[in-house]
Design a protein around this ligand. Structure first.
Ligand code: HEM
Length: 457
């Protein structure tokens, strides 16, 4: 059973309770079911739940321990505050041309693959190559040519960063559920060679930019500015964007975007193949909007595509890539039950689990949850979705900082694909998708093949 289904099972068996205590390995944790309590933890009293359960041993994994996702306390705050301005819609708009170029190359690459006689397209590896190119351009300031060359050096090395053996999958799980086990086993998440490769790439890109005085509008340009930025007194020793602290910020993009976006795009294309009416309506919307705001795809035109937004929202509802949210209680906290009568004292150090898959498949919040139905997110219908029952990007101060970027990147890919191809199931496309039970994040099991038929111009 995959993690998402396990979380859903625990939720469904305990739906009548506001919360549930459980042990993950030997650590006590609170599994929160009531939405009012979810609000208190994620937003209202978020100061008491400022850290994550997840923890990475710095001596073992210097880069992973310095990305925003794993940082704690003041260091996290400092990094989050400094990186937040990179993700405004103004910045996205300026970065859009980089993403759009990759989406055009994606179409070319699919074209070439299908032209070479492949009957079906194995979807995920192709999406991997697209996302890899986007990340290399926006976060590392270089062209990885992953779409042009299947075995490009950048992608070969970066893939290794996430290639898990069974032992590593276990260690990966322990970073969430029992961080101290990682230190006892002393198994690194990331290979030393991959770490060295990353450092070389990042410092090479820094040197190149320092020597070539050109203006760039990507994420890398923003973090380059942070290296020279003055530090507020007192913060100086806390977290300077130097050395591995700097390299880790570029790596963050890869760590946070690669698996999440390739899986989301794969799921979205699968649903297109299963729901031809949705696909056709979406294609018509894209063409209509571009007839007025085009002909080129632009950031502003994408914002006008309301049905595309509904389709993406439903994809994130049915396939929440991160199956549960985690927090750690950083100061003793008294949780009141919804009636206000009972109180539970949560001690400092207790882990909190928020069951996203449970909420997203709860028929009370999303009727007929197995059905892919973008109408749930129409202007009218979305008003009846209870707040905090829909959490694909989390919520509160530790919510996903890259949501805008992810949406822009994944919508751009869908737009270009649907303008050029009709997505249909092939002989071995499953009627119901199986999920990979070994993966921590939600992803399909095995190869998912679809036919992408070229549309007449
Ligand atoms: C479809 C793609 C993505 C999905 C589904 C996704 C989902 C999530 C979720 C569920 C969280 C946890 C939120 C919480 O605990 O409340 C998260 C955190 C985070 N995400 Fe994303 N994400 C995606 C893409 C990205 C991208 C492109 C970036 C860009 C760098 C990014 C950066 C981050 C960071 C830095 C955090 C940690 C924030 C913190 O701890 O302060 N994500 N993401």
């Amino acid at each position: 059973m995959d993690v998402g289904q396990l979380v859903r099972k625990i939720y469904e068996e305990n739906k009548d309770k506001p919360y549930l205590g459980l042990f993950s390995f030997d650590q006590p944790a609170l599994f929160v079911i009531d939405l009012a309590l979810v609000k208190d933890i994620l937003v209202k009293d978020s100061h008491a739940f400022a850290d994550r359960i997840l923890s990475v041993d710095e001596s073992l994994d210097p880069l992973n321990s310095k990305i925003m996702f794993t940082l704690k306390g003041q260091k996290w705050k400092h990094v989050r505050q400094n990186l937040t301005p990179t993700f405004t819609s103004g910045k996205m708009k300026k970065m859009f041309y980089l993403v759009d170029n990759c989406a055009k190359q994606l179409v070319q690459c699919i074209d070439d693959t299908t032209f070479k006689g492949a009957n079906a397209l194995t979807v995920k590896p192709m999406m991997d190559r697209y996302v890899m190119d986007v990340i290399s351009r926006c976060a590392f300031g270089l062209d990885s040519s992953s779409l042009q060359h299947e075995d490009a050096e950048f992608s070969r090395n970066m893939r290794r960063a996430f290639h898990f053996s069974s032992l590593k999958s276990f260690v990966n799980l322990t970073t969430f559920f029992a961080p101290e086990i990682q230190s006892i086993l002393r198994v690194k998440i990331m290979d030393q060679e991959v770490e060295s490769f990353l450092r070389d790439v990042v410092w090479g890109a820094v040197r190149f930019r320092e020597q070539n005085d050109m203006e760039h509008h990507d994420f890398f340009a923003h973090i380059m500015k942070l290296r020279t930025k003055g530090f507020v007194r007192g913060e100086e020793d806390m977290f300077r964007f130097e050395g591995d602290n700097f390299v880790a910020q570029a790596f963050l993009f890869f760590a946070a975007d690669f698996d999440t976006s390739t899986a989301t795009l794969t799921f979205a294309l699968y649903e297109m193949s299963q729901n031809p009416d949705v696909q056709q309506r979406l294609r018509m919307e894209i063409e209509d909007v571009l007839a007025t705001h085009g002909p080129e795809v632009s950031y502003d035109a994408i914002q006008k595509m309301t049905y595309l937004e509904m389709v993406m929202s439903e994809t994130h509802r049915k396939y929440p890539i991160v199956p549960f949210l985690d927090r750690k209680c950083v100061s003793d906290y008294t949780l009141l039950s919804p009636s206000g009568k009972e109180a539970l004292v949560i001690s400092r150090g207790t882990g909190i689990m928020i069951p996203v898959t449970g909420f997203h498949y709860d028929p009370e919040y999303f009727p007929d949850p197995e059905r892919f139905d973008p109408e749930r997110f129409s202007e009218e219908n979305k008003k009846s979705i209870p707040r905090f029952s829909y959490l694909p990007f989390g919520d509160g101060p530790r919510s996903c900082i890259g949501m805008r970027f992810a949406l822009m990147q994944n919508k751009a890919a869908l737009i270009h694909i649907l303008r050029n191809f009709q997505v249909v199931p092939c002989e071995d496309t499953p009627k119901k998708l199986k999920l990979n039970p070994k993966a921590f994040l939600m992803e399909p099991q095995g190869d998912l093949n679809l036919l992408l038929k070229k549309l007449p111009k």
